[in-house]
Design a binder for this molecule. Structure first.
Ligand SMILES: Cc1cc2nc3c(=O)[nH]c(=O)nc-3n(C[C@H](O)[C@H](O)[C@H](O)COP(=O)(O)OP(=O)(O)OC[C@H]3O[C@@H](n4cnc5c(N)ncnc54)[C@H](O)[C@@H]3O)c2cc1C
Length: 358
């Protein structure tokens, strides 16, 4: 019997669990080990923040899904890994051995602020508790002008407007807003920000904090009562500690078959890996989802001794950002369109995704 361990209940592993609802593989024992019984879906974080969805609508019950897929479920956080001995150690003290292992553990937040004053929405199962504290705080400040920071700024503003909370939300970005989406998206999001009374600072960074005041590198002073850093992803220390090959930022290095070159029985997908052939691939759920079917196919091929197939990431992908009050910004390459229909489309796609796990 081959023992397969799936570490982390991220998007690619969800896809494997969905496949196992209908597939029966002889001589394979599959176990999911993940930090929480629930997987929270970040596509619906903005809607939860704004009060459009309940907690149960934005999370997947992994334990129940595993039971239905004939997969053993263990709630634990992996803290150490020996790829040579093929064992993992959990925070609970549990020791887990395997023949084949796959990691889909996501990423953390790249900010020192999460260690002290800042709130931290990662891992994802902390999101609801953290955002509830943040959105009702007197002077909430978001750090990070990428898609996640922008979505949370708009949805927090929309929620506060409904609660008649007067103080605006402030967003501080070290680059132009939505910089990686191109100029058209940046200009459009600035326009929407003005309409929603969002206070934002671009090309500024926090220099220091003093008596509930943020002082930026341009000497701007911003009052804060809660800080939420959403400053891009940070790798888990697990892979470097295990002396596995990683990229310069500590992400597990995998080739296009999603295997680590040193240990072909170690697979990985989603935010926690770096693809050797595509080092600049953005970390987002879209790629994690797309990798899922390749990951599953290749794990089965390795076990049965067949050649593995390469994953080729698409060059462009559709993105829809919620901008509050059921409006959205749709982007695909250079195409940027804003409107109510974009949010409705996003809502339909997100709900359809969640319904696949019921
Ligand atoms: C506010 C916000 C909005 C976003 N919106 C979008 C969007 O609309 N579209 C999009 O494509 N991307 C979006 N993203 C990015 C997206 O959330 C991530 O890129 C995506 O979740 C990565 O998926 P993943 O499968 O790699 O890991 P995750 O979804 O992060 O899942 C990781 C899993 O591993 C578990 N885990 C973590 N560490 C361990 C451990 N040591 N041991 C065991 N289990 C562990 C966690 O509990 C979790 O179940 C958003 C991010 C944020 C913050």
């Amino acid at each position: 019997m081959t023992k397969l361990l799936l570490i982390g209940g991220g998007h690619a592993h969800l896809s494997i669990l969905r496949s196992l609802l209908h597939e029966e593989i002889s001589d394979l024992q599959v176990t999911l080990i993940t930090s929480s019984k629930f997987q929270y879906y970040s596509g619906m974080f903005s809607g939860f923040t704004e009060g459009l969805y309940d907690e149960d609508e934005i999370r997947i019950d992994l334990e129940s899904l595993c039971t239905r897929a004939s997969v053993s479920f263990i709630e634990d956080t992996i803290i150490s890994f020996d790829p040579m001995q093929k064992v993992l150690l959990g925070f609970s003290g549990g020791i887990y051995s395997f023949d084949v292992v796959s990691f889909d553990i996501g990423s953390g937040v790249a900010s020192d602020l999460t260690q002290n004053v800042g709130l931290n929405i990662k891992p994802n199962y902390r999101f609801t508790e953290q955002i509830k504290e943040f959105r009702s705080s007197e002077s909430p400040v978001i750090i990070g002008g990428g898609s996640a920071g922008v979505e949370l700024a708009f949805s927090t503003s929309a929620w506060r407007k409904k609660q008649s909370l007067k103080n605006p939300v402030t967003l501080i970005s070290s680059s132009p807003l939505l910089h990686s989406y191109g100029n058209k998206a940046t200009e459009k999001i600035r326009e929407i920000a003005k309409y929603h009374n969002l206070v934002y600072y671009e090309n500024e960074q926090i220099e220091k904090l003093k008596n509930s005041i943020i002082i930026t590198d341009k000497d701007t002073e911003i009052k804060y009562s809660a800080i939420m850093p959403v400053t891009g992803p940070k790798a888990s220390s697990l892979f470097q500690q295990a002396l596995l090959s990683t990229d310069a930022n500590g992400y597990l290095l995998v080739d296009d078959t999603l295997q680590n070159a040193d240990y072909p029985y170690v697979f990985g997908a989603g935010d926690c890996v770096s693809l050797a052939g595509y080092p600049n691939l953005p970390k987002n759920g879209v790629y994690a989802v797309r990798q899922g079917p390749f990951l599953w196919k290749n794990i089965k091929r390795l076990i049965t001794g067949r050649p593995l197939v390469p994953f080729k990431p698409p060059k462009k992908f559709v993105s829809i950002l919620s901008t509050g009050e059921k409006h959205g910004l749709f982007t695909y390459g250079d195409l940027v369109i804003y409107g109510k229909w974009a949010w409705s489309l996003k809502n339909r796609i997100d709900r359809k995704f969640m319904n696949k796990h019921l």
